[in-house]
Design a protein around this ligand. Structure first.
Ligand SMILES: Cc1cc2nc3c(=O)[nH]c(=O)nc-3n(C[C@H](O)[C@H](O)[C@H](O)COP(=O)(O)OP(=O)(O)OC[C@H]3O[C@@H](n4cnc5c(N)ncnc54)[C@H](O)[C@@H]3O)c2cc1C
Length: 425
């Protein structure tokens, strides 16, 4: 019997930070669908929000609520803001670097933030954070990491979770038993034609939750990012971070005129872009950095500069075509403020979970912060309530082929989203 104390699904920041905060006592298995570094956490460009000082509390709260159309769970926002400085200190203790100016940090700004309160590492903050967390988790002798294994179900009986079913790349399906299971499978971008997410992030945990009657929430709250690079190539849409607009970049129509305030919340800027594309009868609008951003563009945004250059645009000299793309999932598996789901012994953290912190629309750079704050709380809750259950044995599972399962899950999730949209009207 493959048996562990805790099984965590996913190697993005929320999965690995949960493991780190569980410490060295528990026997932990981390399972991931792809290789360890293939997660959206690695793609985060802009940065991570932090409460600047005590006076910033009210502004940070208001910015988050305003972006979320005041549908946020205010208690969750309160916890996120109050925990933010401690989380940044945790990251620094784990060796994470942030850009600095003089003896302090270099903060940046993004849309709908009334203040410059975002810490970043150039334009690859997510890679800097996740790689350091993974480095730490690899040193933990009590942690086993299983790559290239997709979790396709949980082992559940009487609303209690006893582990997961995973399928490896040779199509062998196995049961992995655990006292506690943590779902950290990220977003749902792989279900959409155009998304900034990795295509293997197909909301598998959401499908598993729906099948096993684990509660979900706000499943129709899906964020479209206003600015991904327009290209005729297929594959993942390349994001052009909101921090370029935060630092001065502007959007222009086909005649070279600005048509909106670039620093409004994401959903509003997206709407304005779609309207403008229709007016102009164009498949994109353009984003101009040169002449508007005061810092050295190639140095401040090296990844964006390189990717645009590969597509034939030198952002230090010309505007680039951009178009909205699916980006983030505000809804997810319903959890309480300690990240516990409606099923016993089952937690959910990061983008696949929903504690209501983002409301209807996420404020820029709040996702990394929320993922870290609430995965630490999950680890603390698991430790606090630790008790050992006798594990029942489940028979050898039989599941459809990967392709059939993928299609089934996609249909189920999209149907649920449509259903919620109908209720919302
Ligand atoms: C391009 C881009 C830029 C972003 N920029 C920012 C930013 O600047 N600031 C910010 O706050 N947020 C940003 N975000 C959002 C943020 O990166 C994510 O919301 C956050 O990293 C999610 O972390 P996570 O741990 O929940 O999921 P992820 O990091 O996506 O990790 C999910 C993990 O689950 C695994 N997995 C999925 N399904 C299965 C399965 N069935 N079986 C096993 N494993 C599975 C995956 O392989 C992966 O390891 C950005 C997102 C994107 C796409």
């Amino acid at each position: 019997m493959n048996s562990y104390d805790v099984i965590i699904i996913g190697t993005g920041i929320s999965g690995v930070f949960t493991a780190i905060n569980l410490g060295n006592e528990k026997n932990i298995l981390i399972i991931t669908k792809n290789s360890i570094d293939q997660s959206d956490s690695y793609l985060a460009q802009g940065g991570i929000s932090v409460q600047l000082d005590d006076e910033d509390y009210d502004d940070f709260m208001e910015d988050t609520l305003r972006a979320g159309h005041y549908e946020n769970n205010k208690s969750a926002v309160d916890i996120m803001i109050r925990s933010s400085r401690e989380i940044i200190q945790d990251l620094i203790n784990l060796g994470v670097d942030f850009d600095r100016r003089g003896s302090g940090f270099s903060y940046t700004k993004e849309g709908a933030h009334s203040k410059t309160r975002i810490l970043h590492f150039k334009d690859f903050t997510g890679e800097e954070i996740n790689s350091k967390l993974i480095q730490k988790v690899k040193q933990m002798k009590n942690v086993t990491i299983l790559e290239e294994n997709a979790v396709i179900d949980i082992l559940a009986k009487n609303n209690t979770c006893y582990g997961v079913v995973a399928r490896n790349k040779n199509n062998v399906t196995s049961n992995y038993y655990s006292q506690v299971t943590v779902l950290a499978t990220g977003g749902i971008g792989g279900l959409f034609e155009r998304s900034t997410n990795y295509m293997h992030l197909t909301g598998d945990a959401i499908a598993i939750a729906l099948k096993n009657k684990v509660k979900v929430q706000d499943i129709n709250y899906i964020q479209v990012h206003p600015t991904s690079l327009y290209t005729l190539h297929s594959g993942r849409a390349f994001l052009i971070s909101e921090s370029v607009r935060g630092e001065g970049a502007v959007l222009i129509d086909k005649n070279g005129n600005r048509f909106t305030d670039e620093l409004q919340p994401r959903d509003i800027v997206t709407e304005k872009i779609y309207e403008q594309m229709e007016k102009d009868n164009m498949p994109y609008v353009r984003l101009c950095l040169h002449g508007y951003i005061k810092t050295n563009i190639a140095k401040r945004f090296p990844k964006i500069y390189e990717q645009c250059l590969k597509e034939g645009y030198d952002i230090t000299k010309e505007c680039v075509p951009v178009v909205p793309a699916q980006h983030y999932f505000m809804g997810g598996i319903q959890v309480d403020l300690k990240s516990k789901t409606s099923m016993e012994n089952l937690y959910a953290v990061g983008e696949t979970s929903c504690n209501g912190v983002h409301g209807k629309n996420r404020l820029a750079s709040n996702s990394l912060l929320e993922s870290l704050v609430f995965s630490k709380r999950a680890a603390q809750d698991i430790t606090y309530h630790w008790h050992v259950n006798k594990l029942p044995v489940f028979s050898a599972p039989s599941y459809p082929s990967n392709e059939a399962l993928m299609l089934q899950n996609k249909e189920m999730i999209l149907k649920e989203i449509k259903k919620e949209e109908k209720y919302a009207k």
